[in-house]
Write a protein that binds this ligand. Structure first.
Ligand code: URA
Length: 256
């Protein structure tokens, strides 16, 4: 019975890896092993502290709105929901606050809500979200087990890049969410998330493959490609899988 359940779980994991375009090797008599980009070490910590992240100051010490640093979830969600600090409030259908387990070990950060997210009020519910769910499944995680948020809580018109002043207005909400969740690992999905969380202009291709630290919290941060990019560039799914493995390897330590 337990063997059947185990086989079924492995079968579905293999199916998800297949959907990600990742080849699964199964030797006779051994569990399925996954081909991983050998260029990425299992644990590649940069000197035990983040290089770029240190510039950001404390997770909340850089918070320009000190009242937010003491808010509980309810007050935070209410305040973000009423936010009119930048012009995006005028075009949004609703604020996309974040979703998932508020005590999760994993916190995933994307860029900003798209059309589907703006309509449904939840991050990553469109096509990119489906790929993200598949990636999580492949890593042995369910969507409900992680917390998912974005750099911006409101949709930029026509999905344009977030503007610096918009990021600045939204930053305190995300910083407080991170402080409340206290995750073991932050997975930054794409260039905008990675560069803003790490306060750097370094390209995403250079940020991935290394374990950073978020601000001065000690929370491990791994950067990977955005699922929407992976839909356009499926060959890079292999690298994203290597990033997930790196995150998995660094999600086990004590909560900082
Ligand atoms: N892309 C993002 O970065 N975030 C979402 O929530 C959806 C798509």
């Amino acid at each position: 019975m337990a063997g059947n359940v185990h086989r079924a779980a492995r079968g579905s994991r293999v199916a998800y890896l297949g959907a990600m375009g990742i080849q699964v090797w199964a030797n006779r008599g051994t569990p399925a092993a996954v081909a991983v980009d050998p260029a990425v070490p299992a644990t590649a910590l940069v000197g035990g502290a983040a290089v770029a992240g240190a510039a950001a100051g404390g997770a909340e010490s850089g918070n320009s709105r000190p009242e937010i640093t003491h808010m509980d979830w309810e007050a935070l969600q209410q305040t973000a929901g009423d936010c009119r600090l930048c012009e995006l409030h005028g075009s949004r259908t609703q604020v996309v606050f974040g979703v998932g387990d508020r005590g999760a070990d994993w916190l995933l950060v994307g860029e900003a809500p798209g059309k589907d997210e703006d309509l449904q009020g939840e991050p990553f519910v469109g096509r990119a979200g489906q790929l993200l769910n598949a990636m999580l499944q492949a890593a042995g995680l369910r969507r409900e087990q992680v917390y998912i948020a974005n750099i911006l809580k409101c949709r930029p018109p026509n999905n344009r890049d977030p503007r610096p002043e918009e990021v600045l207005c939204c930053e305190p909400y995300l910083a407080r969410q991170i402080a409340l969740v206290r995750p073991r690992i932050i997975l930054a999905l794409g260039r905008v998330a990675a560069q803003n969380l790490l306060k750097t202009d370094t390209p995403i291709g250079k940020l991935r493959g290394t374990v950073h630290r978020y601000a001065d919290t000690g929370i491990a941060l791994v950067a990977t490609y955005h699922p929407a990019y992976l839909l356009r560039s499926p060959l890079d799914k292999r690298k994203a899988w290597a990033d997930l493995r790196l995150a998995l390897a660094n999600a086990k330590g004590p909560t900082p």
